[in-house]
Design a binder for this molecule. Structure first.
Ligand SMILES: Cc1ncc(COP(=O)(O)O)c(C=O)c1O
Length: 475
């Protein structure tokens, strides 16, 4: 009786339950706390044996919905400022429902011409949105980490080629080490990618000219010159996670060009600066890179998981990632098989949500949203500056505000501990989420604004709740 094939009549009811529950969850998202009190205990009590007999789809969905209402972190809501996590626009969310319903495998053209074609169109639209030259090819992946991995895999193979080896066949053994130069801003996911790609994190040289981590251009020039033309990878960071700052990408592009290095730009969220004339100067020079990575589930506000990588010489993606087997059909440019262009074989049709959200809001809608977020970040910075017990630690070039609690009369030494405790209290409280980091040696908050739902009152709520909890901590 448990065979889903014999219970297909349940489908309508299961979808009705899911739709009703999703509506009610989403209706509360603007006002709900990010996390309800007691969530952790409740989540840890989820368990039990694998059921021998199933309860059927409607009952299973109703139970899942109950769990979700009670314990899901409202990271898709407007008051989640932790990490850098966007929500899902109505267009993207509804398209995601259809993506699951259509259940296309976007790995091979023959498996889904629709998903394959929409991926081509989306990549062209994204290239246009970010003003990248037409020669850039790209591919959709699961997020910023895999976008870095994908781009850096192509960079690795390019370096190996310049050392006279085909790394795909021969591996890297016996080759000279491939040096990677970046600033202190390099993201942990790029480090992980370089480790996975066999380049090794010991070969990453962080050339920082100040405690914040900004690229030291003089040091970069010296290190590249010392290589005398041997291949190297330069990673520039468009938007780092502590304060949203940028490396000097244009100048790094000059040096990479002069010394023949591969310039990769990690623009997981900072690439979106290029959408607005108010911020595009920050990301000037990205168009000169050999590869660029970014994220969909951050500022594009499509559901997890989604990211994309662009490579100037798009043909190199296939050279690194092509899959050949007798049963797999050949791929050609007008009918691409995207599984042969990136690390995954069978893949979710992520293009559907991207296509729908870009179709729904267009370039101007995204520009307006990014600019609204820039204003919200400035509003938050102003609120921080106005509070005598809050201390802003960095400029706010984009969408992240880095600051700490500094109670009047508190000695410098105790501040890290106080801010760490305040950070823990904020997460425990659950009304608003923001994480802490260490910025220039100081424990600090670093709320990031990327969610389409976020309004001025949400930003104000962060300051109000922090001060309320700070008062309690001190008391
Ligand atoms: C600059 C940067 N690069 C890469 C990533 C990794 O992205 P993801 O978590 O989507 O894999 C992040 C995530 O915050 C990021 O901020």
């Amino acid at each position: 009786m448990g065979d889903p094939g014999e219970r297909r009549a349940e489908l309508d009811r299961a979808l009705e339950v899911a739709a009703a529950e999703a509506r009610s969850f989403l209706a509360g998202l603007d006002e709900d706390p990010v996390e309800l009190p007691g969530t952790e205990d409740e989540v840890l009590s989820i368990g039990g044996e694998l059921p021998e007999e199933g309860e059927g789809a409607p009952a299973a969905i109703a139970e899942l919905a109950r769990l979700g209402h009670a314990t899901a972190t409202r990271s898709a809501g407007p008051r989640f400022f932790h990490f850098v996590i966007g929500g899902a626009t109505p267009g993207a969310l509804a398209a995601d429902w259809l993506t699951s319903s259509f259940d296309q495998n976007a790995g091979a053209w023959v498996g889904s011409p629709l998903a394959s074609r929409l991926e081509t169109v989306c990549l062209e639209w994204l290239r246009d949105l970010f003003q990248l030259p037409r020669e850039f090819g790209g591919v959709l992946v699961t997020g910023g980490t895999m976008a870095n991995f994908t781009c850096l895999a192509v960079a690795r193979d390019w370096c190996a080629e310049r050392l006279g080896a085909r790394s795909r066949e021969a591996g890297l053994a016996g080759l000279r080490q491939i040096p990677v130069f970046s600033s202190g801003y390099i993201h942990a996911s790029a480090m992980k990618s370089l480790a996975l790609l066999g380049i090794g994190t010991n070969n990453v040289h962080k050339l920082a000219r100040d405690p914040a981590g900004r690229m030291d251009l003089g040091a970069l020039e010296r290190r590249l010159a010392a290589l005398q033309g041997a291949p190297a990878i330069v990673v520039a960071n468009a938007g780092e996670v502590n304060a949203g700052d940028f490396d000097p990408i244009d100048e790094m592009a000059d040096l990479a060009t002069e010394h023949g290095a591969w310039l990769h730009v990690d623009g997981a969220f900072g690439l979106f600066a290029r959408i607005s004339p108010k911020a595009s100067h920050l990301a000037a020079g990205v168009e000169r890179a050999r590869s660029v990575s970014s994220d969909g589930h951050k500022w594009l506000n499509v559901p997890h998981d989604c990211g994309f990588g662009f490579v100037r010489d798009g043909g190199r993606l296939a050279a690194t990632f092509s899959e050949e087997a007798a049963y797999l059909p050949a791929t050609d440019e007008s009918r691409p098989s995207w599984g042969s262009m990136g690390p995954e074989g069978s893949r979710r049709a992520r293009a559907l949500t991207i296509w729908a959200t870009l179709h729904a809001y267009g370039r101007s809608g995204y520009r307006a949203m990014v600019e609204r977020h820039l204003e919200l970040a400035q509003r938050l910075a102003t609120r921080v500056d106005e509070e005598p017990e809050l201390e802003r630690l960095a400029e706010v070039p984009l969408n992240i505000v880095c600051f700490r609690w500094r109670p009047l009369g508190e000695s410098h030494h105790g501040l890290d501990d106080l801010n760490r405790r305040l950070g823990e209290a904020l997460i425990r409280d659950g009304r608003v989420f923001a994480g802490t980091t260490v910025f220039e040696g100081k424990v600090a908050f670093r709320p990031a604004i990327v969610n389409w739902r976020t309004r001025p009152e949400d930003v104000d709520a962060l300051v109000d709740v922090l001060l309320e909890l700070a008062g309690r901590l001190r008391g």
